[in-house]
Ligand binder design. Structure first.
Ligand code: SF4
Length: 456
């Protein structure tokens, strides 16, 4: 098993006081090998922590005395040390099979690990889940978890996952919900496969068998130009509208039978169907914001509130459990998006907001008021995603290649605002960095209030 390596020691932390250094390898903490950062959190919770470590090839023993529950103050090299559990499904819609060459290597890891679901909100199909995993989730109260449902009919689910265990693995979802674990679900709707009557059946299956699910996000199939699956195609406008009709009909049934909406359609479906988004209240606590469900109305609400000079309450991006895990790195999963971006601003320059084709549709109604707030010309540059191609139009999947292409003919004396959602640790999905762009850009956090602040 690879050992946990220290990559950072927080100043004035108990770890620094005890003499831990970056580069140290943790052999054990309180007598137990470090399997993952969740376990490490528990192992280092005690006021008296004994650490066996390797430094420069030599083993050492260190003792840390601290307050109970006080973090040690270490940054570790990975979230999981006994190997990420990879997925044994072959879903035709899997985005990893639709990637062009030259993507960040970490994007090609097909994980199906409940620990990454807990830490980062990654979806798991539970096809590799075990009795021991269930016991750990329940005893260590590892929730919320995020589970890919796609269909509740066993045969259809096995077909969608291309794995016969897909037919039976929702028994684990049952067990998790019965044990009181909070679980959010997701359905990727593929036209002609699990939409229409099959989607109705799935919602009925959820009503009958999994009514304790916290939320279920319904997202449309994304098909890049690199997909080699002939049966997959993008939704037409009418098909997206039919999916919305089914979701909204079931929201009423769930409200009636369970007292809550339970299912929510992704923003992309409303854009595909050319329908207005529901009011923010219709997303309840916007629990699947990070998955593009209710993100557009949240963003609009944040812009609106910031333009009125107020602070939007309760709509900030959820950092999740990750934010509270001492030691967990984000690299490779939901990393810090920007390393450093402190560009001197010349505030009297015209402004262009770089965004995806869908992002432009969300921003467009606000442009007159954003211009007023900025007191300079403000426009959007909707960047076509030619790197992925197909129907990929969300801002978060823009690559450096496409941003560079969009900027090359733009004037040099404008300010260009780039949402941070396109970056992970300062790099685009295609591994390019801001230095590869032909114009200087200002990276802005991907919430409405930050955009308004940048304009002012
Ligand atoms: S479960 Fe997820 S990672 Fe695995 S093949 Fe399906 S979509 Fe890809």
């Amino acid at each position: 098993m690879p050992t946990a390596r220290v990559v950072a020691v927080a100043p004035r932390s108990p770890a620094e006081a005890a003499g831990l250094l970056p580069g140290d390898e943790l052999i054990s903490v309180n007598g137990e090998a470090v399997r993952d950062v969740i376990r490490y959190q528990l192992q280092s919770d005690e006021p008296h922590v004994e650490i066996e470590l390797r430094r420069g090839g030599l083993e050492q023993h260190l003792v840390v005395d601290k307050l109970p529950g006080e973090p040690l103050g270490l940054g570790l090299s990975s979230a999981v040390f006994d190997r990420v559990r990879t997925c044994d499904n072959h879903c035709p819609f899997c985005f990893i099979y639709q990637l062009p060459a030259g993507m960040r290597p970490s994007l090609s890891v097909k994980d199906d690990d409940y620990r990454l679901s807990f830490l980062y909100g990654n979806f798991t199909t539970l096809t590799r889940f075990t009795e021991a995993d269930l016991e750990r989730v329940v005893t260590e109260r590892l929730g919320p978890l995020y589970v890919s449902i796609h269909a509740t009919d066993p045969e259809l689910r096995a077909r969608l996952l291309r794995n016969r265990r897909g037919a039976s693995s929702l028994r684990w979802l049952h067990a998790l919900l019965d044990a009181g674990v909070t679980v959010h679900g997701q359905i990727v709707v593929c036209p002609g496969i699990n939409d229409g009557g099959a989607l109705d059946d799935t919602f009925l299956g959820i009503f009958d068998r999994f009514p304790k699910l916290a939320t279920v996000g319904v997202v449309p199939l994304g098909v890049s130009a690199h997909s080699r699956e002939p049966e997959l195609r993008a939704h037409t406008r009418e098909e997206a509208a039919r999916v919305l009709d089914i979701v909204e009909r079931w929201q009423l049934r769930y409200l009636d039978g369970l007292g809550r909406r339970l299912v929510y359609a992704a923003d992309e479906l409303y854009l595909l169907a050319h329908r207005p988004f529901p009011a923010l209240e219709a997303y309840d606590d916007v629990a699947q914001h990070e998955n593009g469900v209710g993100m557009a109305v949240t963003f609009a609400h944040e812009i609106d509130t910031a333009l009125r000079g107020e602070t939007a309450a309760g709509t900030e991006t959820r950092a999740g459990f990750f934010a509270s895990v001492d030691g967990a790195p984000a690299a490779g999963y939901r990393a810090l998006r920007v390393v450093a971006a402190d560009t001197a601003r010349e505030l009297d320059r015209p402004i262009a907001i770089l965004t995806g084709e869908y992002g432009e549709q969300v921003l467009e109604p606000f442009l007159p008021r954003l211009r007023e707030a900025a007191a300079v010309p403000v426009r959007t540059i909707a960047i076509e995603n030619s790197f992925f191609g197909g129907n990929i139009a969300v801002t978060g999947l823009l690559t450096g290649t496409d941003v560079a292409r969009a900027l090359i003919d733009e004037p040099g004396d404008h300010r260009y605002l780039l949402p941070d959602v396109v970056l992970s640790e300062g790099r685009f999905l295609d591994d390019r960095s801001l230095a590869d762009l032909p114009r200087a850009v200002e990276v802005v956090a991907s919430d409405g209030a930050s955009l308004v602040a940048a304009l002012r």
